[in-house]
Design a protein around this ligand. Structure first.
Ligand code: ZN
Length: 191
């Protein structure tokens, strides 16, 4: 993914992307988001819903005040967006809490984990309709290597027009960056 887009995600969701750019011996997030720019919006929305869910859990349950879900791996797999996460219920400083309390924490966390799993499934299924390169409506195409493309990007790929494909992806990035700026301006004007 374009590093400017990735920077936006990391700045917007610092807790979710805490391992971003970490050591490759420790985390797959060392490689960042291993997918095309066309899926930026899907990842952004999934992160937004995960953040809301984590905050909701922390607010409702005193025991879940350290509950967190972080990205373990974000990649394209079989033509779809696949996001793996790691969940924790307590921080390292609270290692002395007893096992019954930890059990209770996981029980409380389960419905929130389920909710997040639902969001990630939705993002995965829907990514099969979103061109990974340009974000237009697409479909998963097989033939040895599965990938989700719109007709135009698929045609460019098939005919080896790498530069044109790159250009489409760059245009997509510019558009997203413009929209984000516009949204920021609109919000400033509104409040
Ligand atoms: Zn496309």
């Amino acid at each position: 993914m374009d590093e400017r887009l990735e920077k936006i995600l990391v700045e917007k969701y610092p807790e979710f992307f805490i391992d971003h750019g970490g050591d490759m011996k420790d985390t797959c997030m060392a490689w960042g988001c291993s997918c095309g720019d066309g899926w930026f919006g899907l990842i952004d929305d999934a992160c937004k819903l995960i953040k809301q869910t984590v905050e909701d859990a922390r607010k409702r349950h005193q025991l879940l005040s350290h509950f967190n879900v972080k990205a373990a791996q974000i990649k394209e797999k079989w033509g779809s967006l696949t996001i793996y996460t790691d969940t924790s219920v307590c921080n390292i400083e609270s290692v002395d809490i007893d096992s019954d309390t930890v059990k209770k924490m996981w029980e409380l966390a389960t419905p929130y984990q389920d909710r997040i799993a639902g969001y990630l499934s939705m993002a995965q299924v829907y990514s099969g309709r979103v061109c990974e390169t340009c974000g237009n409506y697409g479909r998963i195409r097989g033939g040895g290597w599965f990938h989700c493309s719109c007709d135009l990007c698929h045609g460019l790929k098939e005919s080896g027009c790498r530069d044109d494909l790159k250009m489409r992806s760059q245009l997509r990035v510019e558009r997203i960056l413009n929209y984000i700026e516009e949204e920021k301006r609109d919000n400033e004007e509104m409040f």
